[in-house]
Design a protein around this ligand. Structure first.
Ligand code: HEC
Length: 163
């Protein structure tokens, strides 16, 4: 009789234990309770640029977005040469000088520099793949490289903001 009581307790406790350790339930519970901020808002590192450099950076950012739009429009009309040119000249390795990348990179933490490099490399890779697509008709490698480019935009924006 003495032994059955703890056993009964254990049996009663088991369903709730099982529930607590069900990973699916756990995730639901977390999602409901925590509602984490979108990554872009969760603690971005503040980076200080001189005022003129900040203005220049933001204006080249707006051109980055315009360039993506032009690339997508060109892809939609199968104008691969144009998509390749826009990517290389406005976002790729050839754009480094126009962006003043050399000057501003001195003010960037390493992770921010890496995101910038990933964007320029991805854009140049896209450019080559888009020219290939004009010959092979296979757009997948170019789309993959384009996703790498936008991935670098996202990575940098989630991590850093300008003061
Ligand atoms: C190396 C980092 C980095 C990369 C890569 C990057 N950005 Fe930005 N971008 C920034 C920072 C920093 C800001 C300022 C954000 C802030 O202070 O809140 C910004 C701001 C912007 C803005 C707002 C401009 C304004 O006038 O306020 C746009 C639009 C933008 N980026 C587009 C892009 C696009 C599109 C890409 C990719 C093709 C890109 N950016 C890649 C760092 C980056």
């Amino acid at each position: 009789m003495r032994a059955t009581l703890p056993l009964l307790g254990l049996l009663l406790a088991m369903p709730s234990l099982a529930q607590e350790h069900d990973p699916a339930m756990h995730q639901q519970h977390q999602a409901a309770m925590k509602q984490p901020a979108p990554p872009a808002l969760a603690g971005r590192q503040l980076v200080k640029f001189p005022e003129a450099m900040k203005e220049h950076t933001l204006s080249s950012m707006r051109d980055h977005l315009l360039a993506l739009q032009e690339i997508q429009a060109a892809l939609a009309t199968a104008d691969y040469e144009r998509a390749a040119d826009v990517a290389e000249i406005r976002l790729g390795m050839s754009s480094l000088k126009a962006h003043g990348a050399h000057e501003s990179s001195r003010f960037m933490p390493q992770g921010m520099q890496d995101a910038g490099t990933a964007m320029h490399r991805g854009a140049s890779r896209f450019s080559t793949s888009a020219r290939d697509a004009a010959v092979t008709g296979d757009l997948k490698p170019a789309l993959g490289a384009l996703a790498e480019v936008t991935g670098a935009c996202v990575a940098c924006h989630s991590g850093y903001r300008l003061q």
